[in-house]
Design a protein around this ligand. Structure first.
Ligand SMILES: [Mn+2]
Length: 418
């Protein structure tokens, strides 16, 4: 069986000049996968860029899933098995199996949008569950775990504890960071590493990491389809095209299929030493002129990193990058990141980044404090802190109260036993 591995469409992602790109790229991926004869489509999370997509974005998703649904007249019965229940779901056309990513993750008291697409008959949605397909004398088992907060990923994987089935082609699908792929300058944390992933699966597909990669480590065959769109402009994404993989289960042959019409992405560094503002501007302009010389079908995305040092008395605040971006706006979508070494400025930046970190971690800090305080009470670990927090954040006070009361009752029961 030919299985297409797609990931991270980020439908709803918008940036000036790239308003339709997420949709166009995801459409290209789905179209090409079907043209290539895919008989099953697996999407490893982040179909949507936001937890709650708007109607326009939902329509885009329906359009993409309809391509698969209308690809042929067949109907496939998929047995979905979760810890406590099992059901058979029939999908028309080429079946799509998906997990949620970090972008569309919703706490368990809320319905996520993949559940909605499952109930509409467009996909089978897996979270700590597996899907079994029997077709053409083959048995395919897709084991899926949606994206969970990185801190909890290792525990979640251990708790779920997926096991490959005998006489079947087993695919494990995840949406997490892996320690091996985290660059030093990245703030993402990871609790999973390749050797912490379970063994015995024919392939392990991981979404979330936006650049494509394939590697075999020990008995594990890891495949990162990468995103179909550039969202954060990471250096690694400039090296490889966007696309998806197709695997043939019998031969285990893996093929990468690049999107036929994608926006070029150029990532460059320019280094200076004691340069004046004028020199930086001149060099930046010259480099950009060279880069846009060659005509492209789509305006290229260019990210330039300015590094090194400025001359005494020159400050990067005086480098008018905006007007340069404007000058080239007909030819490219430019983003310039200046990280000159300047003592006072570096200090200022460090302060700013500290401030930002503090702001970012206030919610995490809240969790930590609550968790710590609870550990000292009779509540102990009687309820899911994150869940209660999310409920309170959404003003579902009544539901949070109920949860706490149930937790208190069970805590008291435990206490009575001692
Ligand atoms: Mn993503």
């Amino acid at each position: 069986m030919k299985i297409a591995l797609l990931s991270d469409f980020h439908l709803g992602f918008k940036q000036a000049g790239r308003e339709n790109e997420a949709f166009e790229n995801a459409m290209q991926a789905m179209q090409l996968a079907l043209e290539k004869g895919a008989e099953l489509i697996i999407i490893s999370g982040d179909i949507f860029d936001k937890e709650v997509p708007n109607a326009e974005t939902l329509l885009e998703a329906f359009t993409i899933f309809s391509l698969a649904r209308n690809a042929n007249e067949k109907s496939t019965h998929i047995k979905k098995v979760a810890r406590t229940q099992s059901e058979t779901i029939s999908l028309k056309g080429v079946p799509v199996i998906a997990i949620h990513g970090t972008h569309e993750f919703r706490a368990r008291d809320y319905v996520n949008y993949l559940q909605l697409f499952e109930s509409a008959g467009f996909i089978v949605y897996l979270h700590a569950a597996k899907a079994i397909i029997e077709a053409q004398n083959e048995r395919i088992v897709v084991h899926g775990l949606g994206g969970v907060p990185e801190k909890k990923a290792l525990d979640a994987l251990k708790l779920w504890n997926p096991k490959p089935e005998q006489n079947a082609f087993n695919i494990l699908v995840l949406h997490q960071s892996l320690k091996e792929f985290l660059p030093f300058d990245d703030e993402m944390i990871a609790t999973l590493s390749i050797d912490s992933l379970p063994e015995g699966f024919d392939i392990i597909v991981d979404g979330h990491l936006h650049w494509q990669n394939e590697l075999v480590e020990g008995s594990r065959h890891l495949v990162l389809p990468g995103s179909t769109i550039i969202t954060q402009m990471k250096r690694l994404e400039a090296k490889k095209p966007k696309g998806f993989y197709i695997i043939e289960t019998k031969t285990k042959k893996l093929e990468f299929c690049a999107l036929p019409n994608q926006r070029p992405f150029i990532y460059e560094k320019i280094e200076f030493e004691n340069a004046s503002v004028e020199e930086v501007l001149k060099a930046l302009k010259e480099r950009l002129s060279q880069l846009v010389e060659k005509p492209h079908a789509k305006k290229p995305l260019i990210k330039i990193k300015l590094l090194g040092s400025l001359a005494k008395g020159h400050s990067q605040e005086n480098i008018d990058i905006k007007s340069i971006i404007k000058e080239f706006e007909d030819k490219a979508l430019i983003s310039v990141d200046s990280s000159f070494f300047q003592e006072s400025f570096t200090k200022k930046l460090a302060e700013l980044s500290d401030l930002q970190k503090q702001r970012k971690s206030i919610i995490e800090l809240g969790f930590d404090i609550l968790e710590k305080n609870l550990a000292e009470t009779d509540f102990n670990n009687a309820f899911d802190v994150r869940r209660v927090f999310k409920l309170l954040e959404n003003n579902d006070v009544e539901k949070a109260r109920e949860l706490l009361i149930t937790a208190q009752e069970s805590a008291e029961k435990i206490k009575k036993q001692f």
